[in-house]
Ligand binder design. Structure first.
Ligand SMILES: C[S@@+](CC[C@H](N)C(=O)[O-])C[C@H]1O[C@@H](n2cnc3c(N)ncnc32)[C@H](O)[C@@H]1O
Length: 274
């Protein structure tokens, strides 16, 4: 990444000129599986009872996907937030230090946008229910349709809306209290911060603040980066985090060089887990 990626003026200019959604590294499809219990459980979570009940579902160590408090760090104009919303994450806060992109994102996700989304999701869910019920037609009587009670228990789609805040992740995040998020998702923003002057202090402040605002018992931070472990693991304090590293092949883009990988660092807040 170029040196200017750590500077707010660079991003303000870029977003002024490039308003269309842009996805750095990879889209939601390439990372969605990391939001499942298989990846979101620390070794302590797995050793505890939590693995029994939630290991395979979307929510991992969290109470529910709907209540999982998500912070998307350095959101830019990525569509990851709206994809997570469609996947049932109901409490999403997006942060970026570019006031230009924050304003654009607030404008894009208007009340009308949410109305359309939830109307579509309701229609799709209804269709899904009809298909599930119609698959019983013609079957032997012992294959029963869902009872009314079961239908009522299908979760309703609430009208959750995402928040957008203009904040510098490398400064004290005074608007967020301790332990106010369950999951922090950071695609490309740490890499951008590493392109600035005074990198060590800024990264340390960012990582300390992320640690502070994560829930003590089950807080997780997912970092998607182009940086290899030998250049990234030194950003994370092993006393504060349990770290798991995964490699994701660079998606094929016609005309672009292939070969290099992306890295997914999953950091589990240590304090309070044991
Ligand atoms: C490489 S882009 C990634 C954007 C988006 N997450 C994606 O995956 O497409 C980095 C983003 O981080 C933001 N950013 C860089 N440094 C930041 C900082 N110190 N605080 C908050 N946001 C920052 C930039 O404005 C930019 O939107």
């Amino acid at each position: 990444m170029a040196h200017q990626y750590g500077e707010v003026d660079y991003w303000d200019d870029r977003y002024t000129n490039e308003r269309e959604p842009f996805e750095w590294y990879m889209g939601y499809g390439g990372i969605r599986h990391f939001l499942t219990g298989k990846y979101l459980m620390s070794s302590v979570d797995i050793a505890s009872d939590k693995s029994q009940s939630t290991n395979k579902d979307m929510k991992g160590p969290f109470q529910s996907t709907e209540d999982c408090r998500v912070l998307i760090a350095g959101c830019g104009n990525s569509q990851v937030g709206e994809s997570m919303l469609c996947d049932g994450f109901g409490k999403i806060t997006n942060v970026d230090f570019s006031k230009i992109v924050v304003e654009q994102m607030r404008g894009r996700y208007s009340d009308e946008w949410y109305d359309e989304l939830y109307t579509r999701l309701r229609r799709e869910r209804k269709l899904g229910e009809v298909e599930a019920n119609s698959s019983n037609i013609g079957k032997k009587p012992h294959v029963r349709s869902p009872t009314t009670k079961e239908k009522v228990e299908i979760p309703t789609i609430e009208k959750s809306k995402m928040r957008f805040e203009c904040l510098d992740l490398t400064k004290k995040l005074t608007s967020f209290q301790d332990a106010s998020f369950d999951l922090i998702f950071c695609k490309g923003a740490l890499d951008a911060v590493l392109c600035s002057a005074n990198t060590t202090d800024r990264v340390q402040c960012m990582m300390n603040e992320c640690h502070r605002i994560l829930d003590d018992k089950h807080g997780v931070m997912i970092i998607i980066s182009y940086g290899e472990p030998e250049n990234r693991l030194n950003c994370f304090d092993c006393n504060l985090w349990e770290i798991k590293t995964y490699t994701v092949p660079k998606p094929y883009v016609p005309g672009e060089k292939t070969g290099s990988d992306y890295y997914v660092y999953i950091l589990f807040k240590k304090h309070g887990r044991n």
